[in-house]
Design a binder for this molecule. Structure first.
Ligand code: FES
Length: 200
């Protein structure tokens, strides 16, 4: 229905009331709904991303807790065969991979006896692994040239001190037992300790 039809009839002599203009919706109001929906979807996406990321982080933390990084090292004490498997004067290299040479001697000046001692394979200069040179009857470090006698005492190169010895004993079954958790240093006078030498 037009404004003309709803307007009351003009009284003669009075001016007609002004025409009522229909309210015009602002243009922005038309777009308000889609914009609000788009922003809601954006927020939902962000929220889900954050939720998923936090769940992944929590899962990783739980996995690290259940399966921690543990370094599995061989036990420091191990059996090293029977004494008669090593000849007098021999450097037994069977346990070099475990960080030990077994040396059998006719006479050890610190133990004042014949027997076997367990020598560390760690060079006392900077920790490389020397080689036993049978022809030269010495341990020679390939890194900087330190040399050690069969006893473990150093005599050449930059190393400041002898190789270390480990605790050695005989087990109940008659086998040699080496205990790497106990070390003996010659420069500290520790090679005279009975645990540092297996008398035979
Ligand atoms: S690490 Fe053996 S001589 Fe340097």
């Amino acid at each position: 229905m037009s404004d003309e039809a709803t307007r009351p009839p003009a009284t003669p002599g009075t001016p007609p009331p002004p025409a009522v203009k229909p309210a015009v919706k602002p243009a922005a109001a038309k777009d308000a709904k889609p914009v609000a929906r788009r922003s809601f979807l954006n927020w939902m996406t962000l929220a889900w991303t954050a939720f998923t990321a936090s769940m992944l982080a929590a899962g990783t933390a739980t996995a690290r807790f259940m399966f921690p990084n543990v370094l599995f090292e061989p036990p420091p004490t191990f059996k090293a065969g029977f004494p008669n498997e090593i000849q007098a004067g021999q450097v037994d290299e069977r346990f070099k991979s475990r960080g030990v040479w077994l040396v059998r001697t006719d006479f050890d000046q610190w133990a004042k006896s014949s027997g076997i001692f367990a020598l560390s394979t760690v060079c006392t200069h900077l920790g490389c692994t020397p080689n036993w040179l049978e022809a030269e009857q010495k341990f020679k470090c390939p890194c900087h040239g330190s040399g050690y006698y069969k006893t473990g005492v150093n005599f050449e190169g930059p190393t400041p001190r002898p190789l270390e010895r480990f605790a050695i004993s005989i087990g109940d079954d008659g086998q040699i037992v080496v205990d790497k958790s106990r070390k003996f240093q010659q420069e500290k006078g520790e090679w005279v300790n009975p645990a540092a030498f297996l008398k035979l």
